[in-house]
Design a protein around this ligand. Structure first.
Ligand SMILES: Cc1cc2nc3c(=O)[nH]c(=O)nc-3n(C[C@H](O)[C@H](O)[C@H](O)COP(=O)(O)OP(=O)(O)OC[C@H]3O[C@@H](n4cnc5c(N)ncnc54)[C@H](O)[C@@H]3O)c2cc1C
Length: 375
């Protein structure tokens, strides 16, 4: 038995959705957990997230679904509109938390992170901001983790939850490189129009746009810009450029456009995906969340997968007599679901790039059906 020589101690790298939920789940199962987070502050970038049914179900596993529904905006319908602004269909995802709770929720990222931080810390997790891992070594079931402040931890478990460009993954020699899909995605925070009580997705002639409510008073506009090089625009150009791109859309979007105000409320990110085909671990060190499997945002399921990872990891470690066996069971349970989701999101991104939206909708439904199955 290799495990627990260092007691149930874990070091997690990254206080994103995956790291915070894994920390809360492990702490709830009796582990002593520390997180090293590179960002010196708790500020998050990106305006909002759609928490799909599976994300809410996983959050319910930590007792946090109701807090997210209260502080976010519960929704039941996704409306698809064609290039002329006419509705072409509606999807009603299943209510995985029962008939009395909504199927999905929009939420501001800073709000979700506040809820996750509070829960992790309430369970005794220690979060070190402005810290990272610089070296990892293992012997006899113990992981020696060198941190950027010069200290070393000897723990039973190291979890790399440091996102698509994971440093932990590189330190462990687990190689994958993010793929760029010729699309840049925009998000802008706007006041919620009264008619926006669900997700709206507008198929344009070259790009795709949409609106997701994240509270009673706020929503975010999203736009996927097709066939462009990966680039960074000066901040002052963000709002004017997004408004210009939105000009191509008729109907409701014409109402939303004037709501985009200063560039500080706009973010623009490349569509990147990654999937770790080989091992996800070396001994008692494992990567989770976007560090192992990052889908394109088109399926709005990356956070759901990340939260599920945290819960399943804690569950499998609790079921097995050694950390190594728990990690192996975790990877066995997660690999195929995550691979299918990443591949589906890449296909949808490709179809949207060439405006074959109608072919993308059934794939989205299939992806959501897969995700509705137990994690
Ligand atoms: C534009 C966009 C929109 C999206 N919309 C949705 C959506 O609506 N719904 C949805 O479910 N998913 C969505 N996603 C996907 C979702 O954001 C990710 O899948 C999810 O955030 C992954 O969580 P994570 O914790 O694995 O990684 P991240 O959220 O990237 O968190 C990684 C954390 O690790 C930290 N870190 C990085 N490097 C280091 C290091 N070396 N040392 C220590 N810490 C480090 C980072 O600062 C960060 O805090 C979207 C993604 C994008 C890009």
């Amino acid at each position: 038995m290799d495990s627990y020589r260092g007691a149930r101690t874990a070091m997690i790298v990254g206080a994103g959705v995956a790291g915070l939920t894994a920390a809360a789940a492990l702490a709830g199962a009796g582990w002593q957990v520390e997180i090293a987070e590179l960002n010196p502050s708790r500020a998050t970038s990106g305006w909002g997230l759609c928490l799909t049914g599976p994300a809410l179900r996983a959050l319910a596993g930590l007792g946090l679904a109701d807090a997210c529904l209260t502080e976010g905006y519960g929704m039941g319908v996704i409306t698809h509109l064609d290039v002329d602004g006419e509705p072409v269909g509606q999807a009603r995802p299943p209510r995985l938390l029962g008939a009395r709770r909504p199927a999905m929720a929009g939420i501001a990222r800073p709000v979700l992170h506040r809820i996750l931080h509070a829960e992790a810390e309430q369970r005794g997790v220690v979060v070190h901001q402005g810290m990272t891992v610089t070296a990892v070594d293992q012997d006899g079931g113990l992981v020696h983790v060198q941190l950027s402040d010069g200290t070393v931890r000897q723990v039973a478990l190291l979890v790399g939850a440091d996102g698509i460009r994971s440093t932990t993954r590189s330190l462990l020699g687990l190689e994958t490189s993010p793929d760029y899909h010729g699309q840049m995605v925009w998000r802008a925070l706007v006041p919620r129009p009264q008619w926006a009580t669900g997700i709206h997705q507008f198929a344009g002639r070259t790009d795709t746009a949409g609106l997701v409510p994240i509270s009673v008073s706020q929503a975010y506009v999203f736009l996927t810009e097709n066939g462009v090089e990966q680039s960074v625009l000066p901040e002052a150009e963000l709002a004017p450029r997004l408004k210009q791109l939105l000009e191509a859309f008729p109907g409701r979007v014409a109402e939303i456009r004037p709501l985009v105000s200063g560039s500080e409320s706009v973010v623009r990110r490349p569509v990147l995906t990654a999937f770790l085909e080989g091992a996800w671990n070396r001994g008692n060190a494992v990567v989770i969340g976007d560090a192992a499997h990052a889908p394109a945002p088109h399926m709005a399921s990356g956070a759901a997968l990340a939260i599920e990872d945290g819960l399943v990891l804690a569950e499998e470690l609790g079921r097995h007599r050694s950390v190594g066996a728990g990690i192996e069971a975790f990877v066995r349970r997660r690999r195929q679901r995550c691979r299918t989701l990443v591949e589906t999101s890449v296909t949808i991104a490709g179809l949207e790039r060439v405006q074959r939206h109608r072919e993308a909708y059934p794939l989205m439904d299939a992806g959501h059906r897969l995700m509705a199955e137990p994690a």
